[in-house]
Design a protein around this ligand. Structure first.
Ligand SMILES: NC(=O)c1ccc[n+]([C@@H]2O[C@H](COP(=O)([O-])OP(=O)(O)OC[C@H]3O[C@@H](n4cnc5c(N)ncnc54)[C@H](OP(=O)(O)O)[C@@H]3O)[C@@H](O)[C@H]2O)c1
Length: 308
């Protein structure tokens, strides 16, 4: 048990910091349920897929390549169907949407789990800072492309992070989406995670009057491949301190799985979760006008991408 788990109890949901994905789905029979999980080959996505399959769900698992997705799907057994989806490549995202549709799949939940963090140097995709493009624009294209396949009571779950609080004070830097000035690995990761939150907020607004929901989650801090871009010394320190202060991958996958399939949150929408309970994001993550503007600007970015 980590120190934090020792001091943090469970919240109103009955679950908390120490709950695992297996625990939050105990007793749930998910046969007949279909969930798409992005980034299914590593860390939280792989664990989320494993547990959903364990409970009887069919999971469509996406990874950057079909080989990676295939290997991950094989590793969990059960009904796991692999798809390629490189989120920084619009052609790949479009091909994924088409392949899923050709397969006739419909969804009960979409878990937008894939992500990249704290890239040491500024990189671009189609003129947009790469973390913002991968974490937000790629998922925007995937989700909006698949919305007509979402069940009447379907759920969209965005993996955000408490690191959204590191986003620039101005929020989304609409005037400098390429990060031409003042790139920082954490500031721009934070911006991309704020974008994930705002996307969930605006999608929830667009779902109003339906039973569909959209929420964002902070999974906790977990030692995973996500930290690969950190300097070696930071990884070494994390490795030493990890067992005391970090969540395990099994605990880290709990919140996304809980929000995607647990009956207790079937009607909760436009919310932010951490440790399987409602949490408070930074104030501007609740700014409806900002969320709407981000949606519209993202539509413009997508419209300007090279055609299929
Ligand atoms: N771990 C934490 O402490 C933490 C904290 C807060 C939030 N989160 C969020 O939780 C989510 C899962 O993170 P994790 O810890 O499980 O990290 P991880 O083990 O690194 O997994 C990330 C997944 O995203 C995929 N991915 C990265 N770039 C991609 C791209 N361009 N196109 C498609 N897929 C891509 C990775 O594929 P490859 O393996 O092929 O690169 C991998 O499958 C992320 O969204 C992250 O921001 C994590």
């Amino acid at each position: 048990m980590s120190l934090i788990q020792y001091f943090k109890g469970n919240g109103p949901s009955g679950f908390g910091y120490g709950s695992t994905a297996e625990e939050v789905t105990a007793g749930l029979a998910l046969a007949g349920t279909t969930v798409l999980v992005t980034g299914c080959n590593s860390g939280l996505g792989l664990e989320a897929m494993r547990v959903l399959v364990l409970r009887g769900a069919r999971v469509l698992g996406t990874a950057r390549t079909l080989e990676k997705a295939r290997a991950a799907c094989l590793s969990v057994g059960g009904q796991a169907v692999p798809f390629a989806c490189e989120l920084s490549d619009p052609q790949s995202v479009r091909a994924c949407v088409e392949a899923v549709k050709r397969g006739g799949h419909r969804f009960d939940a979409l878990i937008c789990n894939a992500g990249v963090m704290a890239l040491p140097k500024r990189e671009l995709a189609f003129g947009v800072e790469l973390q913002l493009f991968t974490n937000h624009v790629g998922h925007f294209m995937l989700v909006t492309g698949l919305l007509d396949r979402l069940a009447e009571d379907g759920r969209v779950v965005m993996l955000s992070s408490d690191a959204h609080k590191m986003a620039p004070r101005a929020g989304i830097l609409f005037d400098d989406l390429a990060a031409a000035t003042g790139y920082t690995p954490w500031g721009h990761y934070g911006q991309s995670k704020l974008a994930n939150l705002l996307f969930a907020k605006e999608l929830a607004r667009r779902f109003s009057g339906t039973r569909k929901t959209a929420n964002a989650v902070h999974p906790g801090v977990i030692m995973s491949n996500l930290w690969r871009h950190m300097p070696g010394i930071a990884n070494f320190a994390m490795g030493l301190a990890g067992p005391l202060v970090l969540k395990t991958v099994a605990q880290g996958a709990a919140t996304e799985v809980y929000v995607a399939v647990h009956p207790a949150v079937a009607a909760t929408t436009g919310a932010y979760f951490a440790d399987c309970n409602l949490a408070r994001p930074r104030a501007d993550a609740d700014d409806a006008a900002l969320a709407r503007r981000l949606w519209e600007v993202t539509e413009e970015i997508v419209a300007g991408l090279p055609p299929a």
